[in-house]
Design a binder for this molecule. Structure first.
Ligand code: KG4
Ligand code: ZN
Length: 346
């Protein structure tokens, strides 16, 4: 019955979780509010907040699980990818603890962990399964053959899906991170009201930058054109009132386009691989439009579909813990010289 402590600190959430024999006993997440006023994550502020949070967060996770340090068999931590200053805080803490307790260290790739979040609760997907991972920094389609054998078969060549939501929100004057608010407004808007172009990109890769540019021109021209105009058709007062009066329909139309882009590629991935066990993961999997579309595609194409519980969708140490558990079973340990890396293959 191995017991693990896991630490996640790749971006702006400080999180710790305890897992015993593959069961998550606690998953405590401290959100950093300090970034809201800046409209995005400020890396230096994130590192400082991790430093302040890490001890109380780990302490809370252990207490909630009813586990003491001496009962731990291994420490798992997010090694990559992420903000280097943030990763270093969690990494150094994990190493120090592993060294002082004389227990193994397990380095975890954050994107593998997002996928394996689907293995935390029942019902679990059967192997091999497909996973669409959609977060603020990544958009990937992954084939998962086993917990330690994963293959990326498609990914974004520019912006991530979460970025498409957040950047649209910024253009609309919605505070960061705008994804959840776009979702909220979209629920009372008409998704067929405005038409945004579909990106022309072959294969299983994604592109969201063209969509972002057409939304920018659409708003600059107060909905009258998606093209760049050297002399915008609308005055700034007209633009503001256009956004105010049509906010729900704009959000619904943008959200529908993003969701269609994602599901279209997922459908091709399923057809090409013949895999019908289909999961989503990452912060954007909280989106109500995406969840509904996954359900509809599932019914239409006879997929079994899976979405992790909300607390395991956004950045959290629970997913690091489950990945650490499977790496422990596979004997995949790291030594103390392992380095945190902003970007790394897996
Ligand atoms: O996985 P995550 O917590 O952090 C990263 O690793 O990036 O994902 C955060 C992203 C943000 O872009 C946020 O706007 C988006 O997930 N997000 C949503 C929703 N909830 C979170 N996007 C659309 N609709 C939502 N309901
Ligand atoms: Zn993430």
């Amino acid at each position: 019955m191995p017991t693990l402590l896991a630490i996640e600190s790749s971006c702006d959430e400080t999180s710790a979780a305890v897992c015993r024999d593959g069961k998550i006993l606690s998953n405590f997440i401290a959100n950093q509010k300090v970034h809201e006023q800046f409209g995005g994550v400020v890396p230096e502020l994130a590192s400082r907040a991790h430093l302040q949070n890490i001890v109380p967060v780990v302490d809370t996770a252990l207490k909630e699980a009813g586990v003491t340090m001496t009962e731990l068999d291994a420490i798992a931590f997010t090694q990559s990818p992420g903000l280097i200053g943030s990763l270093l805080v969690g990494g150094q803490f994990a190493k120090s603890l592993a060294l002082s307790l004389n227990i193994p260290l397990i380095a975890v790739h954050h994107m593998q962990a997002h996928v394996l979040a689907n293995l935390i609760d029942e019902p679990r997907p059967a192997f091999p399964f497909l996973c669409l991972t959609v977060s603020g920094g990544h958009t990937q389609i992954v084939v998962c053959e086993s917990p330690t054998q994963l293959r990326v078969i498609g990914e974004t060549i520019d912006d991530a899906a979460g970025e498409a939501f957040d950047k649209t929100a910024k253009m609309l004057g919605i505070p960061y991170p705008g994804g959840p608010l776009i979702d909220k407004y979209a629920q009372i808007g008409n998704p067929s009201r405005f038409h945004f172009p579909e990106p022309k990109i072959e294969g299983l890769n994604f592109s969201f930058s063209g969509l972002k540019t057409s939304i920018l021109y659409f708003l600059q021209n107060a909905g009258k054109s998606l093209q760049y105009k050297p002399d915008p058709i609308a005055t700034s007062a007209e633009r503001e009132s256009f956004i105010r009066e049509n906010l729900n329909d704009i959000c619904a139309s943008v959200q529908q386009r993003i969701v269609e882009i994602l599901l279209h590629k997922l459908k091709i991935a399923s057809l090409e691989t013949g895999i019908r066990e289909v999961c989503i993961a990452g912060g954007v999997s909280a989106n109500s439009g995406l969840r509904q579309a996954l359900k509809e595609y599932g019914e239409k194409y006879h997929w079994n579909t899976y979405i992790p519980a909300f607390q395991y969708c956004t950045d959290n140490a629970g997913m690091i813990a489950i990945t650490g558990y499977y790496k422990l079973l596979a004997g995949e340990f790291s030594d103390l010289s392992v380095r945190s890396e902003a970007r790394a293959q897996w």
